[in-house]
Design a protein around this ligand. Structure first.
Ligand SMILES: Cc1ncc(COP(=O)(O)O)c(C=O)c1O
Length: 416
């Protein structure tokens, strides 16, 4: 039934469809590989996906609600936390929590920092946080839930935050400084040691958004890449968000939030004593949740081990080189220099948004940036050389056609 405003109200089918028909209908919706590869990011190679899928399916109907109490699930979740935090140069009591994604991990950090500030800076009634301009929008979102102001500061010419700008923006109502390792926007790591020193001086909570970097940078460093220190080895870093469903190659939705000291984790928990139900204290924001992602993360961690993650990090470096050479070899296109991932490029001759539209027309579902305009290559270790070559060939064709005076309809570049 169509409503006056165009909405459709559709009744449930009177009698259910067959499983066959459901499979048939759903398979028509599936996004085609490799064209949807970059929008599906991030995935490990097929064998890694199979391992995660096996564990996910076996435990998807179990309720992660009980992860702080039921021993079989508690052990698995705690092992994921223990293995995750081991990568971040932890202190003796560093620990963490499993969450549904980067947004929830960043929300959890802000929430804990706000509670911490109520103890340590009780005069603050209108809290704010200070961060470089490239801080992920999940901070703006979480801040709206929590009624916190976000003050953003200018970057340097390489798209990194500047400690002096942050120091200048801190005021009497600041509770936290947040920075990225790396940011999505420029994929560069902010100067965390300098920024954390500002936080230490002003007695502020320092959070590092390591959603992209936390499960890839430790392995890049083991391979000899020189990265700005960004984890708990930096004095003052109090929390780090780290997405399992990005370069941890675990099934979505899965992320982790780590606390420098166990005592900081107390600011995360919300313990309710319900008059009818008794104590109500859960691992994170969700109530009932599938235990599938927790078991999948455990399975993927154990399947890959350090050697597996190193192999995938090496593969990512090879892809980075391949894309960088391939994109820069196309007239007018420039790949950006990035510390980690994702890759971004822009066009100096044909409008970037027209190249973006050309790729969409060829079926490539791409993400991008609007200011400055850029196209994002969210490469992961599941991408084959053949698929990367196909993408580069299409990109060349699209760009050359525009430069030769073909149609150049500008697309609507989107990150989300
Ligand atoms: C730096 C950074 N932080 C946070 C997020 C949010 O992660 P999610 O989409 O898993 O909530 C992203 C997502 O791309 C990100 O790049």
């Amino acid at each position: 039934m169509e409503m006056t405003d165009g909405r459709i109200i559709k009744p449930l089918p009177k009698s259910g469809m067959t499983f066959e028909k459901i499979k048939e209908d759903l398979s028509k919706l599936e996004l085609p590989d490799p064209y949807a590869h970059f929008a599906r990011a991030f995935r490990g190679p097929k064998d890694v996906q199979e391992v995660g899928k096996y564990a996910f399916e076996r435990f998807m109907s179990d309720n992660g609600f009980f992860s702080l109490y039921l021993p079989y699930m508690q052990t698995i979740e705690q092992e994921v936390i223990a293995m995750g935090v081991s990568l971040l140069n932890p202190t003796e009591t560093s620990t963490g929590n499993f969450t549904s994604g980067g947004t929830e991990s960043n929300f959890s950090a802000l929430h804990a920092a706000r509670n911490w500030a109520r103890d340590h800076k009780p005069h603050i009634k209108k809290p704010n946080i200070v961060a470089p301009f490239t801080i992920h929008p999940s901070f703006q979102k979480a801040s709206r839930y929590l009624d916190i102001e976000v003050i953003t500061t200018e970057l340097d010419e390489n798209g990194r935050g500047v400690a002096a700008n942050i120091a200048a923006a801190v005021n009497d109502n600041t509770i936290m400084i947040a920075a990225s390792a790396p940011s999505w926007h420029y994929a560069n790591i902010d100067p965390i040691p300098e920024i954390a020193a500002v936080a230490v001086d002003a007695n502020l909570w320092m959070h590092v958004d390591g959603c992209i970097g936390s499960y890839i940078s430790p392995f890049l460093e083991m391979l000899g890449e020189k990265l700005t220190p960004w984890d708990f080895r930096v004095p003052g870093v109090m929390s780090i968000s780290a997405d399992l469903h990005k370069f941890g190659y675990c099934q979505k939705p899965a992320s982790t939030i780590f606390w420098r000291e166990a005592a900081l984790q107390d600011y995360h928990y919300v313990a309710i004593d319900d008059p009818f139900l008794g104590p109500y204290k859960l691992a994170g924001f969700s109530g009932s949740r599938s235990a599938g992602p927790i078991f999948a993360a455990w399975a993927v961690f154990n399947y890959l081990g350090e050697e597996g993650y190193l192999r995938l990090a090496r593969r990512l470096l090879d892809l980075k080189e391949k894309f960088t050479k391939g994109v820069n070899a196309i007239e007018g296109l420039r790949m950006w220099d990035v510390d980690v991932m994702p890759l971004h490029f822009h066009s100096e001759k044909a409008p970037t948004s027209a190249v973006y539209q050309g790729l969409l027309d060829k079926g490539w579902l791409m993400l991008g940036l609007v200011n400055p305009e850029a196209i994002t290559i969210a490469a992961d270790a599941a991408l084959s050389d053949e698929d990367a070559d196909l993408f580069l060939a299409d990109l060349r064709q699209v760009t050359e056609a525009i430069l030769a005076g073909g149609t150049a309809q500008k697309g609507d570049i989107r990150y989300s």
